[in-house]
Ligand binder design. Structure first.
Ligand code: ADP
Length: 216
């Protein structure tokens, strides 16, 4: 409720104050703040709905996921963001892993991981993605040379709204729900996710998803 109330309080406060502001510059500044906070609220609501749908296993598609196709799409979607920070962005694909699941959810999972890698890596750093077909699993690694995550934060990293650095991470525009969504999607696929990180060196997220399952 705190996460939802903060932008809403700000929108209400600034719109009320707008009525008594005379000069154009201040008016525009307030309108910009309202715009930013409304956008934050929109993303937050979208992520909350998305998380609740995944938790309730609602409307999940059962289709053949061609992982390479999805990961390539994710990379072309985020290439520009990486380019803007002059990040060396690379993708390696070994084999052609396919499994039964929801394509959109797999895509959302890859977008959240790669988006974080770009977001939390300084300009001129590196982000590497590796997708591999193993005998019984699909392996996806998202590696970055970013700030890294302190060991003490790792156990809580996938909790909703958990942020390593509250003000830094909030300022980057994230909702704090990205990794909670990732975790739920991976579990829904019967998979696992692990994170290895070294402060100042970077972070590696490793996802394993079984290619064959009883129920599929
Ligand atoms: P956010 O929307 O804040 O990015 P996430 O749930 O996606 O929330 O991630 C939770 C927190 O984990 C982030 O706020 C950030 O502190 C940390 N984090 C996630 N990915 C990385 C990464 N690749 N490198 C460093 N820190 C990360």
């Amino acid at each position: 409720s705190h996460e939802l109330k903060t932008p809403l309080t700000s929108i209400k406060g600034f719109s009320e104050t707008l009525r008594i502001v005379g000069d154009e510059a201040t008016k525009n500044k307030f309108l910009d703040i309202i715009d930013v906070e409304a956008e934050r609220l929109r993303r937050l609501i979208e992520d909350i709905l998305s998380l609740s749908a995944i938790e309730n296993q609602k409307s999940l598609a059962v289709e053949i996921v061609n992982a390479a196709e999805v990961v390539k799409e994710t990379c072309s979607l985020l290439e520009r963001a990486a380019g803007e920070k002059n990040i060396d962005f690379s993708l390696i694909i070994k084999g052609d892993p396919e499994f039964v699941g929801d394509i959109d959810k797999f895509k959302q999972m890859t977008i959240n991981l790669v988006d974080n890698a770009i977001k939390y890596t300084e300009p001129n750093g590196k982000v590497k993605i590796r997708l591999e077909e193993q005998p019984t699993n699909l392996l996806l690694k998202v590696m970055d040379t970013g700030a890294g995550i302190g060991e003490e934060h790792i156990p809580r990293l996938f909790e909703r709204f958990y942020r390593v650095d509250k003000s830094r991470d909030r300022a980057k525009g994230g909702t704090g729900l990205g990794l909670a969504i990732v975790k739920h999607i991976v579990l829904g696929f019967g998979g696992t996710i692990e994170v290895h990180s070294e402060l100042g060196k970077g972070t590696v997220f490793t996802v394993l998803i079984p290619l064959f399952r009883e129920e599929s």
